[in-house]
Design a binder for this molecule. Structure first.
Ligand code: NAD
Ligand code: LMR
Length: 329
């Protein structure tokens, strides 16, 4: 008998990431080639028509795994029965907007979405927040879903992780598949810390193999951390296909597990590991198994890494304090 379809809710479905993401989900790349999916798209009323156009194209692909597409402009309906929720839709920063304004505008989106997930999502709901500022938006949604275990709310740093793999592979003249144990620590922002001291190239320490502290500090870290801005500068629009690809990777790894001897980067609710204040949604090295994640424990953090991690985590704490002041959590 055919398997019951998994309900996947995608917000911001008519946006540019949505356009790259939905076809990959419907083709089976998110959950696997034997898992049918039912897509539930959430958009603002003005963008519902565009989402309908995307749904027509999804029909036209005749994906065998696509059980159907429903479109909503109401979060309560969109998240009802959702097993996986990809929170992509967010308010972009516009001219003259301060960070506080952006946090406030997004609070207006992620608070009701958290409440809707709390009210009606399936018991096994897994949430990935992509919309920026992703870590703090995830925190807002999580804080408004008290009946959902906090560990089900995650934010995306897999794009940063993949960017770090690509930059290191180029520098070392290896394939990305030769690299293991890459870590992004902290916030999905320019303060993030891509860590080569625990990464390995063909089983050997990556920082020692590269042996170029100047490149690591002055090229690698800023290139990865500011890649989003470089893409905006070059394309005139923020990353979309690579962001969608990272979202697929994030959920696929969460559901299917990390490979033996490797880990991934996910922004998850801190339990106080590595001095990151409990409750902040910060990126860590994590392993996944049977649909659950665990923070990798016992890594030695040297002074250089400590300073970088602290700087990014301090920024997360400031964002949390700002949304608290705004009454959003
Ligand atoms: P976009 O502007 O093309 O699309 C966003 C869509 O969200 C729009 O269609 C809009 O109508 C919709 N939307 C707005 N408010 C909504 C709401 N309340 N409910 C449902 N839908 C809503 O943007 P995009 O390029 O697709 O990017 C989406 C977000 O992802 C942005 O915040 C961007 O900064 C972020 N992003 C994150 C990463 C990451 O690595 N975490 C990477 C790239 C982009
Ligand atoms: C990215 O990392 O590509 C995006 O988060 C950049 C942005 O600011 O939208």
């Amino acid at each position: 008998m055919a398997r019951t379809p998994v309900s996947v809710t995608v917000t911001g479905a008519a946006g540019q990431i949505g356009y790259a993401l939905l076809f990959r989900i419907a083709s089976g790349q998110l959950l696997g080639a034997d898992t049918p999916v039912r897509l539930r798209l959430l958009e603002i009323p003005q963008a519902v028509k565009a989402a309908e156009g995307t749904a027509m194209e999804l029909d036209d692909c005749a994906f065998p795994l696509l059980d159907g597409v429903d479109i909503f402009d109401d979060p309560t309906q969109a998240f009802a029965g959702a097993n996986v929720a990809l929170l992509v839709g967010a308010r972009p920063r516009t001219k003259g907007m301060e960070r506080g304004d952006l946090l406030e505008a997004n609070g207006g989106i992620f608070k009701p979405q958290g409440e809707a997930i709390n009210a009606g999502a399936a018991d096994d709901i897994k949430v990935l927040v992509v919309g920026n500022p992703a870590n703090t938006n995830a925190l807002i949604a999580q804080q408004h879903a008290p009946d959902v275990p906090a560990e089900r709310f995650t934010a995306m740093t897999r794009l940063d992780h993949n960017r770090a793999l690509a930059q290191l592979a180029k520098k070392a003249g290896v394939s990305v598949s030769d690299i293991k144990k890459m870590t992004i620590w902290g916030n999905h922002s320019a303060t993030q810390y891509p860590d080569l001291f625990h990464a390995e190239i063909a089983g050997k320490n990556a920082a020692e193999t590269v042996n170029d502290q100047d490149w690591l500090e002055n090229t690698f870290i800023p290139t990865v951390a500011k890649r989003g801005a470089a893409i905006i500068e070059a394309r005139g629009a923020s990353s979309a296909a690579s962001a969608a690809s990272a979202a697929v990777d994030h959920v696929h790894t969460w559901v299917n597990g990390t490979a033996e001897g490797d880990w991934t980067s996910m922004a998850v609710v801190s339990d106080g590991s590595y001095g990151v204040p409990e409750g902040l949604i910060s990126s860590f090295p994590v392993t996944t198994k049977d649909g659950k994640w665990e923070i990798v424990q016992g890594l030695d953090i040297d002074g250089f890494s400590r300073g970088r991690i602290d700087a990014s985590v301090n920024e997360l704490a400031e964002e949390r304090d700002a949304v608290r002041k705004l009454g959003l959590i």
